[in-house]
Design a protein around this ligand. Structure first.
Ligand code: NDP
Length: 504
């Protein structure tokens, strides 16, 4: 924590008073069996704008994870298993409505906890609510099927929930990521134990508390604490029948190994190093903005960040000039201020990671803008990094291959279509990709040739619950969102009913 220079006192005082408001508004603990649960050991939750501790949450261990899993099975066996989709749909709608009533409170929590500009924080809370409403809607469309395989047989297929599922989400879009997993799991009829990141647990804890008196106790549980203890215990728990994880590729691989010991299925949504190909016919008026949104949204802390601009050599000079101008136009400031368009990184660890990569970039390539902390003394204690752009990048460089997870763009050139595709796919990841072009036929060809699970054309985003979200290669497998996510939380059972001769 830094000292308090006089010229940042307004920002500092404002945040500290918001922390008081947060502490007065709710008691933040693990949410197990419909109650707030505390532990002697705790984890501190920081505000990354002023590097001050806001509050602490329980540092759960295998004991609390076990209590949550037991509560979830009790709830499943007692009531939840016998609900029908119509029941679950109306409860999901009720929860979404309740969250909507608390939109301002949840937005403030997300903003303070992550350092996200308030408009982005609100957009993500609204995205979470929209996701829950989507699964409340499609919940009632769930049906089985029947196969006319033989005349003396009624052969039908039905879907069943797994029972209790474990879900682990990251710190970069906390409640939205939680909704991506809770919505389909609850709609499919599972009871859930979810672990938010210890960096940013507040909005998820509060949303779980707001589900009290809506879901039966034990249907939705939230475990706080560190990944290496609480997260690992959840991934390893014998009674967790399915695990869904979003985070880094290394940890995701460990989660998969833990689940493999008991042959539990996993869904993994992991990292990325996504390209944006700018073809010579691109409309730079919109594509420069799209590439900037693709890397600077959420201070670059987003798994589908389009962090590699691949630009045709005939337009690279004009693109670079306009892109640097755009990067320099971002307003770094207090995320609570509507004028701010970029907040700090979410934690000191992430700040160290990103600034180390920037140092590597200075050695490997040409720094075109940014690269440091902003001059504004009011921001001196926050984990701010300027929007940073590197030119003269080649694909074998560290900054072109490794996920930086910060506001750092690289610009590389290509000469022809084959080279563009080859550079775009030359990464161990395959989460997302962008295309800038005015030719429809080129859009379809390029989308086919890209080895990525999401393709954005002439824009970045939006992410809508109707479309499955997830990557290829080391970006993971299985999908969040869409009907596919609902399928991931259901098992299919085939029932063969022999039909006797109906003659009397
Ligand atoms: P992690 O993969 O460590 O964290 C993601 C989630 O997993 C968090 O809830 C974390 O808990 C939990 N976790 C950590 N260790 C374990 C474990 N052994 N078993 C089970 N769960 C665990 O990501 P980091 O926070 O360390 O970020 C590192 C890098 O990962 C980033 O720089 C970025 O490159 C990438 N990343 C990608 C994300 C994506 O959206 N695809 C999201 C986040 C990170 P806790 O935070 O409490 O330790």
């Amino acid at each position: 924590m830094g000292s308090q220079p006089p010229d940042r006192s307004d920002l500092y005082r404002d945040h500290v008073s918001k922390h008081d408001e947060v502490r007065a508004g709710a008691k933040f603990g693990a949410w197990i069996d419909g109650e707030t649960h505390t532990t002697d050991d705790t984890v501190a939750v920081y505000d990354p704008v002023i590097d001050e501790q806001m509050l602490t949450v329980p540092d759960c261990t295998a004991t609390e994870v076990d209590a949550a899993v037991t509560a979830a099975w009790d709830a499943f066996d007692r009531t939840w298993e016998s609900t029908v989709p119509r029941d679950r749909s109306s409860l999901l709608f009720e929860w979404a409505d309740t969250l909507e009533d608390h939109l301002e409170e949840l937005t403030l929590l997300e903003c303070l906890d992550c350092g996200k500009p308030i408009s982005q924080a609100q957009g993500e809370i609204e995205g979470a609510i929209d996701t829950l409403e989507y699964y409340a809607s499609v919940c009632r469309a769930q049906r089985g099927s029947e196969a006319p395989a033989a005349t003396d047989l009624h052969l039908y297929m039905k879907h069943e929930p797994y029972g209790v599922v474990g879900q682990i989400v990251p710190w970069n879009y906390p409640l939205w990521a939680a909704a991506w997993k809770l919505g389909p799991a609850l709609a499919a009829g599972n009871a859930c134990v979810l672990k938010p990141s210890s960096e940013t647990p507040l909005s998820t804890i509060r949303a779980a508390q707001l589900s009290a008196d809506i879901f039966p106790d034990g249907v939705l549980n939230v475990i706080t604490g560190s990944g290496s203890t609480a997260g690992q215990s959840l991934a390893e728990h014998d009674d967790v029948r399915k695990v869904s994880f979003t985070g880094s590729t290394d940890v995701g691989s460990g989660v998969m190994q833990a689940a493999a010991d008991r042959v539990a299925p996993v869904t993994l949504e992991l990292g990325g190093k996504s390209p944006f190909i700018v073809f010579p016919d691109a409309d730079l008026d919109k594509v420069v903005d799209a590439v900037a949104d693709g890397i600077f949204y959420s201070t670059g802390e987003i798994c589908d960040a389009l962090s590699r601009a691949l630009v045709h050599e005939s337009i690279v000079d004009e693109f670079t000039e306009r892109f640097v101008e755009k990067a320099e136009s971002y307003v770094l400031g207090d995320p609570l201020d509507e004028a701010t368009t970029m907040g700090p990184l979410t934690s000191e660890d992430q700040f160290r990671t990103v600034t180390d990569y920037i140092e590597t970039g200075r050695e490997e390539a040409t720094l075109l803008c940014g690269g440091g902390r902003p001059d504004d003394p009011a921001l001196a204690d926050g984990w701010y990094v300027e929007p940073t752009v590197f030119g003269d990048v080649s694909n074998d460089m560290t900054i072109a291959q490794e996920e930086i997870f910060g506001p750092v763009q690289t610009i590389n050139t290509f000469a022809d279509y084959d080279e563009a595709i080859s550079l775009a796919n030359d990464t161990k990841y395959g989460l997302a990709a962008g295309i800038g072009t005015e030719r429809t036929s080129r859009v379809h060809q390029t989308a086919d040739d890209l080895d990525a699970g999401l393709v954005y054309v002439n824009e970045y985003g939006p992410i809508l619950p109707e479309a499955p979200y997830g990557g290829f290669k080391q970006s993971g497998f299985g999908k969040d969102l869409g009907l596919e996510a609902l399928d991931h939380y259901r098992r299919t059972k085939s029932v063969y009913v022999n039909l006797d001769d109906p003659s009397l």
